[in-house]
Design a binder for this molecule. Structure first.
Ligand code: CMC
Length: 436
């Protein structure tokens, strides 16, 4: 098969035949053109092969844009740096869901709407008792979020815009409560109910850290840092968990089931689980003197050790979120009076060495969002097992925005990739007595 460039199309010819087809090039607002291969099989009888979907656009989307070569991340056109500095998580949530920044009236109506939905159905509490105390909180939230579809029957009709709107509110509002309760359950403390006089990030910190007998005052610097961490994780285009949500959504599954699928997909160490893995890695390295030996192991083709928090499928440059996260990290440590945190020192030294090492330079491996987030979260008192949970709380906004966009897209079809079959050809069943 050979390809030739023509204005607005690619002509594909099947070598050794006189068969060819013209594939239209579909332009985006920004970013590379995309060859529309939908008629390739009908006209040439061939599929495309792209394991890991590194070269495949699976949908049209107006939500998030990434230019991985230069390290740009835009939500609805707004650079992540500006949103992290000037906006708030709930405003970003509104932006992702609705396409525009809210007016003052829209902002307060939205915030009130989210606040009004932050309690969970009281019967959902009993689900927690079914889990072992030592269950990973990701396992717990995966189960509890999936169970939401058994409770909120009045927001399951995906063809009804009002149901979709309420489901989005419920998910965004209740995830912090569900997540904080997973933590409280694991340490045997009473569940704290949300408070409507607190902002989104404050409320989460309150439900994580407060206990009933005492007044808990949320540190505003930490609340702001938490809000920023949530903004940085809010959406990231068609990553593995978002694609999982869309694939589940393409079957017509309800939004709670789809988000539970997204949480499961996020859990892996190559994706959202990396923040937890970074801290485990730093603990394993232990001391600056051990970095060299560790880097050698990472570079050794016979070892499966990776430098966690480094590398990205799309970013071949510094992940813009990692830079903001690093600055936030310094702010939080200074607010908490932590001087010369050994983990941060280790991370910074590791970063410096890796960024100058030929192995990483050649492969364009840079720190990603997870490299510094774990250090901040640890300093803020979060146990490592909660890091990915926090990512899930934030990403719920992106998932539900992407899910809504998909459901509202009239061209949407069930997601159904094909394969290269490499198994046995057709053969006849062999009776047991003749096998052997
Ligand atoms: N440490 C060492 N080598 C690496 C790393 C790493 N972290 N990442 C990629 N490489 C090497 C890899 O071995 C390969 O080398 P070679 O060409 O010699 O075989 C080359 O770089 C390309 O790697 P790849 O596995 O083909 O890249 P990918 O796009 O499939 O994987 C990734 C992307 C994020 C899964 C991978 O970089 C990785 O495993 N990173 C560590 C885990 C991590 O930090 N994940 C968080 C990603 S950002 C947040 C999120 O998405 O949730």
């Amino acid at each position: 098969m050979s390809g030739t460039n023509a204005a607005g199309s690619i002509t594909v010819t099947l070598d050794g035949t006189n068969k060819s087809t013209k594939l239209a090039l579909k332009p985006g607002t920004i970013g590379p053109q995309v060859a529309d291969i939908r008629k390739l099989y009908d006209e040439l009888g061939v599929f495309t092969y792209d394991p890991g979907y590194g070269n495949t656009a699976s949908c049209d989307s107006t939500i998030t844009y990434i230019d991985g070569d230069v390290g740009v991340l835009l939500h609805r056109g707004y650079p992540i740096e500006q949103l992290a500095e000037k906006s708030s998580f709930l405003e970003v949530a509104y932006l992702l869901l609705n396409g525009e920044l809210p007016t003052a009236a829209q902002k307060s109506e939205f915030e009130l709407g989210v606040l009004r939905h932050n309690m969970v159905h009281e019967q959902l509490r009993s689900f927690y008792n079914g889990f072992r105390r030592d269950a990973h909180p990701m396992a717990v939230i995966c189960g509890v979020v999936g169970a939401m579809s058994a409770f909120y029957h009045d927001s399951l009709d995906i063809s009804n815009p009002e149901h979709r709107r309420i489901a989005a509110f419920r998910l965004i509002a209740k995830l912090p409560t569900i997540a904080a309760w997973a933590y409280k359950y694991s340490i045997g403390e009473p569940f704290m109910y949300p408070r409507n006089n607190l902002g989104y990030a404050e409320n989460f910190l309150h439900m994580m850290n407060a206990v009933p007998p005492e007044e808990y005052k949320v540190n505003p610097v930490l609340a702001r840092a938490m809000d920023r961490i949530l903004i940085l994780h809010a959406d990231h285009e068609q990553n593995a968990s978002t694609s999982t949500v869309r694939l589940a959504g393409s079957t017509g599954a309800n939004p709670f089931a789809c988000i539970a699928a997204g949480i499961a997909s996020l859990w892996g160490p190559a994706h959202g689980g990396a923040n937890e893995a970074v801290l485990k890695m730093l603990a394993e390295i232990g001391h600056v003197d051990n970095i060299k030996g560790f880097i050698e192991r990472v570079k050794d083709k016979n070892s499966s050790v990776r430098l966690m928090g480094f590398g990205h499928r799309v970013y071949k440059n510094y992940d813009p979120r990692a830079k903001i996260m690093m600055n936030s990290c310094h702010e939080v440590l200074s607010e908490l009076g932590i001087k010369g945190d050994p983990l941060l020192d280790l991370a910074m030294e590791l970063e410096k060495i890796a960024l100058n090492d030929e192995y990483f330079v050649q492969r364009k491996l840079y720190p990603n969002v997870d490299f510094y987030s774990g250090i901040i979260l640890k300093a803020m008192g979060f146990p490592t097992s909660m890091f990915t949970v926090l990512f899930a709380v934030a990403r719920t906004v992106g998932w539900i925005s992407q899910w809504r966009e998909q459901v509202e897209d009239p061209t949407q079809r069930i997601g159904r990739p094909r394969q290269v079959y490499t198994g046995a050809k057709q053969r006849d069943y062999v009776p047991l007595s003749q096998r052997g």
